[in-house]
Design a protein around this ligand. Sequence first.
Ligand SMILES: *[C@@H]1O[C@H](CO)[C@@H](O)[C@H](O)[C@H]1NC(C)=O
Ligand SMILES: *[C@@H]1O[C@H](CO)[C@@H](O)[C@H](O)[C@H]1NC(C)=O
Length: 292
Amino acid sequence: MSGKFIIFECLLQTCKALFFLFLIKGTCGHGGIMNISQPYMIQLNWRGFAFKQGAWGRYSSPFAPEKDRYWVAPLTSGRYLEYYRLHESYDDLLLFKFSKEAKWQYGDGSGVTVYNNYMYFNVYNSRDIAKLDLDRNTVVLRKPLPNAAYNNRFSYAGVTWQDMDFAVDESGLWVIYSTEDSTGNIVISKLNETSLDVLETWETKQYKPSVSNAFIVCGVLYATRTVNTRKEEIFYTYDTNTGREGRLSVIIDKMLETIQSIDYSPIDQKLYMYNDGYLVRHDLIFQPISPA
Ligand SMILES: *[C@@H]1O[C@H](CO)[C@@H](O)[C@H](O)[C@H]1NC(C)=O
Ligand SMILES: *[C@@H]1O[C@H](CO)[C@@H](O)[C@H](O)[C@H]1NC(C)=O
């Protein structure tokens, strides 16, 4: 009788533990990217057709986690991160209604991202990375990224000034870059978003200037390359959880020739691309986890 009860109790505990694990794993309970949707064109960027370089994405503020917020940052002269706009909802974004339009001098390139109400970027003409408080439009922290190449030394193929590409995934903030020691190959660092200190670094065998862009989902770096003027391919992976590289072929249809930036949002698991001045979004289709 009591034996049976113990077994029952154990099963219940296992069940609880598994359920808890499932909750923690949350959106990472999949086997990686399997396919991608057609592009959904949202609109031309707010500065106009001439602003072909830039970035945009979705974020959430810890002060209003229920709001789906968007940021849009077209670059000045194809290089400088100067102006950005914030939108409080998807409808506001579509209507060009913004809660803030601000200016900060200057970031370099379209590797910028936003995480929890802060914008992260490479400071113009330097190895420094900066953290900008979006509420106050002030840089609250600035420090060098150790050994990082900068000033268009190792940018992406077809995209200039993106030596440092910031990324957000389910676990936080990352930066994708190269160093002289890595001979231009992609280096991935996990950052402490509070202090901007490097927590851990991985060196890949993939030459950064030969890929067209990159992003991180669940600790896995995905890199793209250009197939032709209408197609891009996700062709390379580096899993920081295992230190393993991989190959895949997922074709991305594009509307215009150059994808200037790709930002993944762990909030909705979509990709936000800045495609020669147009704001474009794609859904990701994930591989179901195969029962081991
Ligand atoms: C991937 O998605 C595209 C676009 O929705 C679709 O046309 C294609 O058939 C899909 N490929 C696979 C292998 O599922
Ligand atoms: C990140 O930095 C903050 C401030 O220096 C520190 O309190 C915190 O422990 C750090 N977190 C990690 C994971 O290192």
